[in-house]
Ligand binder design. Structure first.
Ligand SMILES: Nc1ncnc2c1ncn2[C@@H]1O[C@H](COP(=O)(O)OP(=O)(O)OP(=O)(O)O)[C@@H](O)[C@H]1O
Length: 225
């Protein structure tokens, strides 16, 4: 469902010049496959997730998700693609502070199909163990609960691919396990492909497939030029 070929990503540097962060000849994920992505800090893992989500544009090469060639889309086209196809769980949750848990989940639906299904929003909150907290705002929830709302929001638009960038990095160890179970089990039950960045081998060991960025990227983390 994801095929990357000859992907190059360069960034303009603040002081002038360009930095090549990624040179990925080939990387593929099958439908409903679950993959952990590990690698050195600064290697380009978040950059790769942003490219797959269409939040960044590639310098060259091909990224196909669900048979859509992202590199041919305009920025607006990539926004539409992301809303329809991708769920994204951030390290820092990114919930809207003025909205309740259930409103945050419903926002995940308006980005997707555009249709708000209140029953599914409550059902998702129930699934993440927060049915009783549906009307709480993010600052009235614990950190682990906020991440569970963010997971419900990411699933709300029925994505085909869930991208998760260190989703357990900012939650306590006990909540981290339940957050991880929730992501892995929800993707399995809804046949959603999953690509999760993690620094934890304990987390990575829960996955059927572990990829090291260094093995798919020709640019070493410390020698980006
Ligand atoms: N917008 C940008 N402009 C310039 N350089 C950038 C930009 N975004 C990222 N970089 C550079 O790209 C490289 C890869 O960053 P990225 O955040 O993808 O790494 P990472 O593997 O996710 O790191 P970590 O594990 O520490 O989160 C870094 O050297 C970073 O400085």
């Amino acid at each position: 469902m994801l095929t990357i070929e000859n992907l190059i990503k360069k960034f303009q540097q603040p002081g002038g010049g360009e930095l090549t962060v990624l040179d990925v000849p080939k990387f593929e994920i099958a439908s409903a496959e679950q993959v952990a992505l590990i690698g050195e800090s600064g290697g380009g893992k978040t950059t790769l997730l942003h490219l797959i989500a269409g939040m960044l544009s590639a310098t060259s090469g091909s990224i196909r998700v669900d048979n859509i060639e992202l590199t041919r889309l305009s920025e607006q086209g990539r926004d539409r693609f992301r809303a329809a196809t991708i769920g994204y769980v951030f390290q820092t949750f990114n919930l809207l502070p003025a909205f309740s848990a259930v409103e945050n989940v419903k926002l995940g639906m308006t980005f997707g199909s555009g249709r708000v299904d209140s029953e599914r929003a409550l059902d998702l909150l129930d699934r993440v163990g927060l049915a009783e907290r549906a009307n709480y705002r993010p600052n009235q929830l614990s950190v682990g609960q906020q991440q569970r709302v963010a997971i419900a929001r990411a699933l709300a638009g029925r994505p085909k691919l869930l991208l998760a960038d260190e989703p357990t990095a900012n939650v306590d160890p006990a909540s981290a396990d339940s957050v991880l179970d929730l992501i892995i089990d929800s993707c399995r039950s809804e046949s959603i492909a999953l690509l999760m960045v993690t620094h934890s081998m304990d987390v990575a060991d829960r996955f059927e497939r572990i990829e090291r960025l260094e093995d798919i990227n020709r640019i070493p983390a410390l020698k980006q030029s």
